[in-house]
Ligand binder design. Structure first.
Ligand SMILES: *Cc1c(COP(=O)(O)O)cnc(C)c1O
Length: 346
């Protein structure tokens, strides 16, 4: 293992003898599977799934132009996020640094794992100050979280800024690209070979329209994906998900088209929202949602809720005073939203 990675891993994880499941020991075709105590009288779901999901990874690797051993699959990005703590951060000793505001799961997982979470405010225009980010790190900082495009602010950070952070920080830089398909900036996945301590996360929950499936991806060096594989539950990705993922990956061109369509709908929705009196500001977005500053966020949020239109009230979040986060819906949903804000007094 790469020395710079080894130095970052929790000693108990580095020394772990991982569980070897039956399906790890023999992967070929067999005439009789008598190794895993399954019920062979009934077919369908009776067999344990491939613990390393090699078919899914090989299709994904083709699509993204990476080698399959640089791919880890988790039960949503949630599992990938949690594994960053479980693999790298010693409870009560190490810390992580993240942007503020950003996605809430980084903090929740830090708390669950008893790891100190250091929030570094973005600039008021939501740009990222790398010097300030790095100033918050110390010898016990294992991970920096960069969500780009960022949730809830919606903006992506320029790849040059992310690379500068990854270059200057000697721990793990995680780039969460849940919304990358809606962004004009390219993915950092192609830059992984140049940054062996970088992890790039993506998900099937947004552009792939498969949030119900719970499938997240972490792209990283083979050292890091190997550590994640050792720590995850042996059969984390069930066979239904693996089959559905293979089916979805064949639909990649159609998925790309719907992502482009959502970007068009986002632009149209932003333009219409800006015409309304109740709306003070629509922030630029590189995602499939809009952060919208309104005159009275709590009142409008409650009014919309009563009308059956559910948005996210972010008005108590740092730097998001008076803001609602609104997902770009289908054309009918977007029209309903606009109609209701007009009725409210917009
Ligand atoms: C929605 C979202 C995810 C997706 O999480 P899953 O567990 O894959 O559904 C990840 N990161 C961010 C920033 C998100 O907003």
């Amino acid at each position: 293992m790469d020395k710079t990675i080894e130095r970052l891993v929790r000693p108990n994880i580095l020394n772990l003898t991982p569980y070897t499941c039956a399906r790890n020991e023999y992967a070929g075709e067999a005439r009789a599977w008598l190794d895993a105590n399954e019920n062979s009288l009934i077919g369908g779901l009776n067999r344990y799934p491939d613990p390393l999901q090699l078919k899914v990874k090989s299709r994904l690797a083709e699509l993204r132009g990476v080698s399959p051993d640089r791919i880890f699959l988790g039960v949503g990005s949630d599992e990938c996020i949690d594994l960053c703590y479980r693999v790298f951060c010693r409870p009560g000793v190490d810390n992580v640094v993240a942007l503020d505001p950003t996605y809430g799961m980084y903090k929740v997982c830090a708390d669950i794992n008893d790891v100190e979470y250091r929030a570094v405010p973005l600039n008021p225009d939501y740009t990222l100050d790398v010097d300030r980010l790095l100033a918050a790190t110390d010898d016990h900082t294992k991970v920096i979280w960069i969500c780009s495009p960022n949730n809830p602010t919606g903006n992506a950070f320029p790849p040059s800024v992310i690379e500068e952070a990854a270059r200057r920080f000697d721990g793990i830089t995680v780039v969460d690209e849940a919304y990358i398909d809606f962004s004009p900036h390219g993915s950092m996945v192609d830059r992984l070979p140049a940054y062996p301590r970088m992890i790039v996360m993506q998900t099937f929950s947004k552009a792939w329209a498969a949030a119900a499936m719970r499938l997240g991806i972490a792209y990283a060096s083979p050292d890091i994906t190997g550590l994640f594989n050792n720590v995850k539950y042996p059969y984390n990705i069930n066979i239904l998900t693996q089959h559905e993922a293979l089916r979805l990956l064949d639909e990649a061109p159609a998925v790309k088209i719907t992502a482009e369509r959502l970007v068009e709908l986002r632009k149209a929705l932003a333009a219409e929202l800006m015409k309304l009196n109740a709306v003070k500001k629509v922030y630029p977005s590189d995602a499939n949602f809009l952060l919208v500053k309104v005159d009275d966020a709590n009142r409008l949020y409650n009014y919309l809720k009563e009308q059956g239109v559910i948005v996210r009230n972010r008005s108590r979040v740092n730097l998001c005073d008076g803001c609602l986060r609104i997902t770009v819906g289908n054309p009918d949903e977007n029209s309903l939203l606009l109609e209701k804000i007009k009725q409210y007094g917009g």
